[in-house]
Design a protein around this ligand. Structure first.
Ligand code: SF4
Length: 423
């Protein structure tokens, strides 16, 4: 029997986690990774600001500080220009995340997009694009800008349709904010609307969860993400439901019955799988706090979830945004890259191709990962058309299974990680 704690062990939205990154013995000059920069298929822009901090959130963002937004946009422009002197990426997709990107005003959004376009001689309209927003920050003026730039996917953090549950999450929007934002978004007809919901909230019942799902489906979004509530150290929210699996199962069955396909433990989609991926492709991150994945080299400013440290990082970035060399990150060995490959592919519906693995790593998947044979025997994975895929049971156990693929070295580094806020 797998306990709730084991089942909800860790969300592997990328690999390895930033806690495994370290100060590099020698800074990596931009020129040394010019080819990888030019090869980035994704461009990510991190906006580390929110109007308030949710009780569960350990993302690299701070509440308030909106007086810094103009300087932050200037800094992003300078950062992009400094990179463009060495390599000009030709991404296929463009994602703006955070934080809450729409804390930016309409004018600031436009200035930000223009700066990135000019620095890289890009036409953002030609890219697959995605932006996150929250109910309070969604306004017609901002949506006009997103329409003008032909942003395709808008993700709205609804979390719950119950005021008591929003209050429990310390999420500072109201049901009226949600309904107003959804009404607006539906009128703008973006190609893909995603709604985020959370289960496991203190006080949430099967009935309230069912009702939240029902309300979400009423708005006919192309995509719904359901997130289990994780409790993070130092955060103001200190508990969740003791058993979260029944909430997951209720949602999975409900969404499938309503025509959604399950794409991962969290993602349910009606769009035929066209959603932009984020977290595993070669990616250049602009701004402060986003990760760049440059082939086998991953880089980011030192991770912390403490506001004081994040504020200092943002201030440092604004003061000196030009990049000449990367100073913090991790090099992935071939073995770590193979782990990343399996995590990227196995924990989504498409599954991991045995042939693709063999071609990428000149090795056999099941020889490298005998644990997968154990999972097959346990009924968590199965083989189909040359791929290994999660069963229904395995999909629901993604946060239990995926962390088992973390290497000993990455586990060691993450355990020894010391919050830079303390140093
Ligand atoms: S969950 Fe989203 S809106 Fe809430 S603090 Fe974190 S980044 Fe900001």
């Amino acid at each position: 029997m797998i306990s709730n704690q084991e089942r909800y062990h860790q969300y592997m939205y990328s690999y390895p986690h930033k806690t495994a990154y370290r100060q590099l013995a020698r800074p990596v000059p931009l020129a040394a990774v010019a080819a990888a920069l030019a090869d980035c298929s994704e461009l990510y822009l991190h906006i580390p600001f929110c109007s308030s901090k949710c009780g569960f959130c350990n993302l690299f963002s701070v509440a308030g500080s909106t007086e810094l937004l103009e300087d932050y946009i200037d800094a992003v422009a300078k950062q992009a220009e400094s990179i463009a002197q060495v390599a000009v990426p030709r991404p296929k997709s463009f994602t703006v995340g955070g934080g809450t990107p729409l804390v930016l005003s309409a004018g600031q959004l436009e200035r930000l997009f223009t700066s990135v376009q000019e620095a890289f001689s890009l036409d953002l309209k030609s890219l697959q694009s995605c932006i996150e927003t929250s109910p309070k920050e969604t306004s017609p003026e901002k949506l006009d800008i997103l329409k003008a730039y032909q942003i395709q996917r808008i993700s709205l953090g609804v979390q719950s349709f119950w005021p008591e549950e929003l209050a429990a999450l310390k999420r500072h929007h109201t049901l009226q904010d949600v309904e107003r934002a959804l009404g607006l978004l539906k009128n703008y007809h973006f190609p893909l609307l995603n709604l985020d919901l959370i289960y496991g909230i203190p006080g949430q019942t099967r009935e309230t969860w069912h009702k939240s799902l029902d309300r979400a489906v009423d708005y006919a979004p192309e995509e719904i993400f359901i997130y289990p509530l994780y409790i993070r150290e130092h955060k103001t929210l200190d508990r969740h439901q003791p058993e979260m699996a029944p909430f997951y199962e209720l949602a999975r069955d409900f969404l499938i019955a309503n025509g959604y396909e399950q794409k991962s433990m969290r993602r349910f989609s009606k769009d035929g799988g066209k959603s932009a991926s984020c977290g595993f492709e070669n990616m250049l991150a602009l701004g402060c706090g986003g990760r760049s994945y440059l082939g086998g080299f991953h880089t980011c400013v030192p991770y912390s979830d403490r506001s004081a440290y994040i504020r200092q990082s943002i201030a440092d970035f604004i003061a000196a945004p030009e990049i000449r060399a990367f100073t913090h990150g991790i090099y992935l060995s071939q073995e770590e890259q193979s782990r990343r490959f399996v995590m990227k592919n196995l924990f989504v519906a498409a599954g991991v191709s045995l042939l693709e693995y063999a071609e990428s790593f000149a090795a056999e998947l099941l020889m490298d990962f005998p644990r997968l044979l154990e999972w097959e025997a346990a009924g968590y994975v199965y083989r189909e058309e040359g791929k290994l895929k999660l069963t229904t049971a395995g999909m629901g156990l993604s946060d239990y299974l995926a962390p088992q693929l973390i290497s000993q070295e990455v586990t060691r580094l993450s355990k020894k990680w010391c919050d830079p806020w303390r140093t």
